[in-house]
Structures are given as structure tokens and as C-alpha cells.
Design a protein around this ligand. Structure first.
Ligand SMILES: Cc1cc2nc3c(=O)[nH]c(=O)nc-3n(C[C@H](O)[C@H](O)[C@H](O)COP(=O)(O)OP(=O)(O)OC[C@H]3O[C@@H](n4cnc5c(N)ncnc54)[C@H](O)[C@@H]3O)c2cc1C
Length: 389
């Protein structure tokens, strides 16, 4: 009996899967995990994601997709979906402590002169776009599951999931955020640094004048507004020189209103919008950067698990999405996964370190009320980030 090439191809594919070749397990279905999964699946990898959280995305606030985010999403064919569901814009207006315009940063348009430089978008909406594309590309996503143990054996990674099942994979990707447990399982150590700042976000209706990002310098804190769609925006406030603390939910709106009271001009309008917001959150600003190798054998960490900047440059998601793309490209063009992972980290380390360090410097300047020194730094860092990933 003889076999045709189709049967032989199918048998080879089955044996590859059996041996774990070109199979990847990703920990975390956030921005880094979903993009890496889609990019790998499109290159022919069998990809499964273990996500600790439930199916529904829970965060009710938004974020800004800067040029590099849009460029990376465009490479996956997803930028237009984000622009359609979000709010395209190209400028950051800095307003001084007296409520007067102080500076305007015009961001580079990285996906063409006829498309906006960046987009504000609600987090659940962005998550839905990335999630749907991963599923369309054949990625299998398990919820309520994490990775319990990892063991490298030659070119294979033996992975035990918290539901008691096991996988053999050629690649394990830890994309489980700043408090990554995958990073810990791999023995990669980093510190989480708190910078004396707590950040607030409140979902509000978009005022008609808000067609770009506005940032207001205050006597003690910094406030601002980011449009998310035609109808929605979020107000942000960065509280400076404070201890980490958790406030009862009932205190969030009145406290945020009080903190906004000292700002003149348009912030008065934002203050009244905050009063009726049903979605107010307050979080510590924490940063992390993984020094040394980002991989152990065929396992690697990406996104916030490897490098988490302060939100001042609004670019953590950009790094996370870029990581997903660059990772798939590098493992695709090297003979072994380990070599691909080392090349990946080699391409990413300097860029990610620069962003984390610059975001921390900007946070420090904000705390020292040296806003005018921060503006050119924001501008030049956005220009640096416009360089290819
Ligand atoms: C206040 C604030 C504002 C920000 N604003 C912006 C902005 O405007 N623009 C921007 O580009 N960036 C912004 N960022 C940064 C951005 O949110 C992050 O850089 C980005 O979310 C990182 O993506 P990630 O996929 O690496 O991690 P995450 O988004 O944290 O995703 C990690 C995923 O892993 C899951 N997970 C966690 N632990 C486990 C586990 N043990 N097992 C399995 N799954 C697990 C989580 O549930 C989650 O789904 C902001 C950050 C903060 C804190």
C-alpha cells in the first residue's frame, strides 16, 4: 500500500503536534498574549492561551493607542477596527497651572498621513477586537486557568496547567502582566517599583471640545482627558507624593472631585462630569524592567511581564503589541526557538528600557512641578518610539 503526499503531510503534521513542534502555550490573554497568539497562529503555530480571568473583560476604562500601537495593529490588519470603534486624534495639548495652553505635541502619523496619529479606545472594546481575531486565527483560549509548573526538556517545554491537564510545547510565552507568575516560575526576577503616585481614571461623556488629549498641570497633581469614542472619554488624575492606599468605593467620586477642585478652566467642567461617573478607579503607578535574559530555554516573558512603564507616555500597550509581532517574526526566522527568543530580546531590550526609564523621569518631573521640562521629553520620546520596532 502506498501513501499520497497529502496523507504524508497530514501524518507529519500530526507527529509534529504529538512531539510539541510548533505548538505554543501562552499565559495571559491581555494585549501582549492575544497579539502574540494571533501572529504565531497566522505563521502556522498551534496556540493555546491559559487566562486566569473570566471570559468577560472587566475593566471599564480606556487607554490611548499611540502611533507604534496603531502601526503594530495595522500589521495585523486591526488598526481600522480600532479606529472605527475608538476615537482617532493627533495632538496632546498641555495646559499650565493657570489654565492657559502651554505646549502642543503633534504626534507622528505612523500609519499614513490620511489616518490619525493615535486613538483613544475603551479597554473592553480593544480586548474584543484582539480576542475575536485570535479566535478567528484558530487560537484556543481557556479561562480560569493558569500555568502551575514548567519543565524544559531538550527542545520541549512540559507545561502543567492548574486544571490538572498537561501540554508539551515548543514555546511557552508568559504574557501575564506586571505581577507575572510565569516570570516567577521561570526563575526570572525583577522588582516592582512604586513612584509615590496614584492614578485615577473616570469614564465620562466626551465634551465636544475634546478632539485630542488634554493634560492640565496642577499645583500638586496632574489631570487630563482622553477621548475614547464620539460619546465617551476618560478623565485622568495623577496624585503626586502619596503613599499607596486603597479607598472604599464610596469615597472615590467625592475624593476625585476634591482633587480636581484646585484646577482652573476646563477642569471645572470635567469635575461636574466626574460627579455622575459610575466608573472611577484608582491604582498605584508601578514600573518594572527585567534585567538580563527574558527567556529560559524555550520559555519567554513579554509585555508588562518583562517591561512595565509608568502611564505618562501612554505606551505600555504599544510595547506589548509590538512584542507579540516581533516574537512571532523572530521565532519564525531562526533555526531553533531558543535562538529566536534571544534575537527577540536583543531587538526589544533597548527600546523597552528607554521607554520605561523615560516614563519614570517624566513621572519624577511631574512630582517636582517641572512640567515645562517634561513636555520636550514627551515629544522626543514619542519621536524615538516612531522608529521601527
Ligand atoms: C493606569 C494605567 C493607564 C495606562 N494607560 C495606557 C495607555 O493609555 N496606553 C498604553 O499604551 N498603555 C497604557 N497603560 C499600560 C498598559 O495597560 C499595559 O502596558 C498593557 O496592558 C500590558 O499588556 P500585557 O498584555 O502585557 O498585560 P495585561 O494587560 O496586564 O494582561 C495580562 C493578562 O494576563 C492575565 N493573567 C494575570 N495573571 C495570570 C496568571 N497567573 N495566569 C494566567 N493569566 C494571568 C490577566 O488576567 C490579563 O488578561 C496603562 C497602564 C495603567 C496602569
Amino acid at each position: 500500500m502506498s501513501y499520497g503526499s497529502e496523507e504524508i503531510g497530514a501524518l507529519e503534521a500530526y507527529m509534529d503536534r504529538y512531539r510539541g513542534a510548533r505548538t505554543a502555550v501562552i499565559v495571559g490573554a491581555g494585549m501582549a498574549g492575544l497579539t502574540a497568539a494571533t501572529a504565531l497562529a497566522r505563521d502556522g503555530w498551534q496556540v493555546e492561551i491559559a487566562e486566569a480571568g473570566p471570559l468577560e473583560a472587566t475593566s471599564g476604562w480606556g487607554l490611548c493607542l499611540t502611533g507604534p500601537s496603531l502601526r503594530a495593529l495595522d500589521a495585523l490588519g486591526l488598526a481600522d477596527a480600532c479606529l472605527a470603534e475608538g476615537y482617532g486624534m493627533s495632538t496632546i495639548t498641555h495646559v499650565d497651572v493657570n489654565g492657559e495652553p502651554a505646549d502642543e505635541v503633534r504626534l507622528p502619523r505612523l500609519i499614513g498621513a490620511d489616518r490619525p496619529a493615535m486613538a483613544g479606545i475603551a479597554r473592553p472594546v480593544l480586548h474584543r477586537v484582539l480576542y475575536a481575531e485570535a479566535e478567528r486565527s484558530g487560537v484556543v483560549i481557556h479561562h480560569g486557568v493558569t500555568v502551575a509548573a514548567v519543565d524544559q526538556d531538550g527542545e520541549l517545554v512540559h507545561v502543567r496547567l492548574s486544571d490538572g491537564t498537561a501540554r508539551q510545547a515548543a514555546l511557552l510565552v508568559g504574557a501575564d502582566g506586571i505581577r507575572s507568575s510565569a516570570r516567577e516560575l521561570l526563575g526570572l526576577e525583577t522588582s516592582l517599583d512604586f513612584h509615590g503616585q496614584m492614578v485615577w481614571r473616570a469614564l465620562v461623556p466626551r465634551p465636544p471640545w475634546a478632539t485630542g488629549i488634554h493634560q492640565f498641570a496642577g499645583k500638586a497633581d496632574t489631570a487630563g482627558l482622553v477621548p475614547l469614542s464620539d460619546s465617551q472619554a476618560y478623565v485622568f488624575l495623577t496624585e503626586n507624593r502619596v503613599e499607596r492606599s486603597v479607598l472604599p468605593d464610596a469615597e472615590l467620586v467625592p475624593r476625585l472631585r476634591r482633587l480636581l477642585e484646585v484646577f482652573p478652566g476646563r477642569v471645572e467642567e470635567l469635575r461636574s462630569l466626574v460627579s455622575t461617573s459610575e466608573s472611577v478607579v484608582r491604582r498605584p503607578v508601578q514600573t518594572a524592567f527585567l534585567e538580563g535574559a527574558w527567556n529560559r530555554g524555550n520559555s519567554v516573558v513579554i509585555g508588562d511581564a518583562a517591561h512595565a512603564p509608568a502611564p505618562q507616555m501612554a505606551s505600555g500597550a504599544a510595547l506589548a503589541v509590538e512584542d507579540g509581532l516581533v516574537l512571532a517574526r523572530e521565532v519564525g526566522r531562526h533555526a531553533t526557538v531558543g535562538a529566536g527568543l534571544r534575537a527577540f530580546a536583543g531587538r526589544r531590550t533597548r527600546r523597552c528600557r528607554t521607554l520605561v526609564e523615560t516614563s519614570v523621569t517624566i513621572a519624577d518631573l511631574e512630582q517636582a512641578q517641572r512640567h515645562r521640562e517634561a513636555y520636550p521629553l514627551v515629544d522626543s520620546c514619542h519621536r524615538l518610539m516612531a522608529e521601527p520596532a
